[in-house]
Ligand binder design. Structure first.
Ligand code: PLP
Length: 444
């Protein structure tokens, strides 16, 4: 192994060196091809090497790549903010740009707190969340994250913000089935609010479809309407963390639109720039901005690279591309085909218990016993085995597990770029099926 000075996620394994990417394919230095079945970390929304995006980035770089947001605005940043207000529902008319999803959720948290402070209410400082969730790796975002494996090292530094169970019907935390459950998972939020005290809570944050912590877990019908009503009754803002689900990934521009519920603040990242540059955003509604506009007239947050024109130009080009090629509708339609094919694979194997999700954000949960839904023992590392085998077979899939043994199952996400064709899905399925069969054989 060549000496490397790069801190990689796992230090004692060798990662292939990437050479280039085109469409849904990536090619390493040995010219091996990989179908990007997870869009990296559910990011490469428009695929790799898109000429329109590269041209927009080059054009912007030839003008100016960086200006500081406290000294200048730019056409690119203004254009991106305008576009986001036009393509998202309701009055989400204000954009605050940052560089990662973690910064977007932390900005959402800070804006929510400031919204109340500007009205003279200083006690509302907590942002409640759910277990089996992921809102980011920085300490504020991790405090909101119900992801045990990512929290445990830093627990002493974190606030205990996860306060409600996830709407995880496959393994209902209350042992119920929908609709007989009467949405106990949503009602648990109101109980938590009563216990903690609504006067200390600024907002509630949730991923409309749970991603990294569980693998595309879709809530039961009525869940978000109930959540929104609970938030409104208790004077608490509702933040939708659409970092993974946003910008067409699930067959709607924002995943929360599947349930017709209007969030007060939205966090965006990942697919917003398709990975061409690091950019993310907190989208803030008129309602939330109003007291700030009447009051201090500034948001107490920001980063050196916030709203830089280079990233804004890339993101705007990606959003234009999504619109021009109708990728939101496409995500729904082609996602239905991918889902059907994954269910076919699941029906022919003993180790897949559930296929779920919406659009091109699909989750697969592994089980040792389909009838009892018994999970594999943690030491089997079933999802890791599948991910490794798929990589050998030239397919990328993404891990999804909250690390809370015995509660959340072990899952993966299949979330290819929104541009994937039917033929490419057939090849993805071929490689996936082969990988599953090989893992199954290894387990015997
Ligand atoms: N929120 C959600 C829903 C995510 O899935 C992620 C990343 O996976 C984040 C926030 C954090 O984003 P980033 O890794 O860009 O900081």
């Amino acid at each position: 192994m060549q000496q490397s000075y790069l801190i990689k996620p796992v230090l004692d394994i060798e990662y292939p060196t990437i050479d280039y990417g085109k469409g849904v394919y990536l090619y390493d230095k040995n010219n091996k091809d990989y179908i990007d079945g997870s869009s990296g970390a559910v990011t490469a929304s428009v695929g790799h090497g898109v000429t329109e995006v590269i041209n927009a980035m080059t054009e912007q770089a030839n003008k100016v790549s960086f200006v500081y947001r406290s000294q200048f605005t730019s056409e690119a940043a203004e254009g991106l903010a305008k576009k986001l207000s036009e393509i998202t529902p309701g009055d989400l008319n204000w954009s605050f740009f940052v560089n990662s999803g973690s910064e977007a959720t932390e900005t959402a948290m800070k804006v929510a707190i400031q919204h109340w402070q500007e009205q003279g209410i200083y006690s509302k400082t907590k942002v409640l969340s759910r277990w089996m969730s992921y809102h980011g790796i920085t300490l504020g975002a991790l405090s909101m994250s119900g992801h045990v494996a990512r929290r445990e090292r830093f627990v002493a530094l974190l606030d205990d913000l996860p306060s409600a169970s996830a709407p995880y019907c496959y393994r209902c935390p209350f042992g119920q089935t929908h609709p007989r459950c009467q949405l106990l998972c949503a009602k648990e939020l109101e109980r938590a609010i009563k216990r903690i005290g609504k006067d200390s809570i600024a907002a509630f944050i949730a991923e409309p479809i749970i991603g990294a912590a569980a693998g595309a877990v879709v809530p039961p019908e009525g869940y978000y309407a109930e959540i929104k009503a609970i938030c409104e009754r208790n004077n608490i803002l509702f933040i939708a963390d659409e970092v993974m689900t946003g910008m067409g990934r699930t067959g709607k521009m924002l995943a929360i639109e599947h349930w017709g519920v209007q969030p007060d603040i939205v966090a965006l990242g990942k697919g917003m720039s398709g990975g061409y540059t690091p950019i993310a955003a907190a989208l803030v509604s008129d309602k939330v901005m109003e007291p700030i506009l009447q009051g201090s007239k500034m948001i107490m947050s920001g980063h050196t690279f916030s709203a830089n024109p280079q990233s804004a130009a890339a993101s705007l080009a990606v959003l234009n591309y999504i619109e021009k090629h109708h990728l939101v509708d496409r995500s729904e339609k082609i996602g239905n085909y991918l889902r059907k094919e994954l269910i076919e694979v699941a029906n022919r194997t003993s180790i897949i218990g559930d296929v779920r999700g919406k659009g091109l954000m699909l989750g697969i949960e592994f089980v040792e016993n389909k009838n009892t839904k018994q999970s594999f023992a943690p030491q089997v590392k079933i999802a890791n085995r599948v991910i490794k085998k798929a990589m050998e077979n030239g397919l990328l899939v993404y891990p999804a597990n909250a690390g809370d043994e015995g509660i959340t199952g072990d899952a993966i996400l299949v979330a290819p770029p929104l541009v994937i064709t039917k033929e490419e899905i057939d090849e993805l399925i071929f490689r996936f099926k082969k990988s599953i069969e090989e893992v199954e054989k290894d387990l015997l």
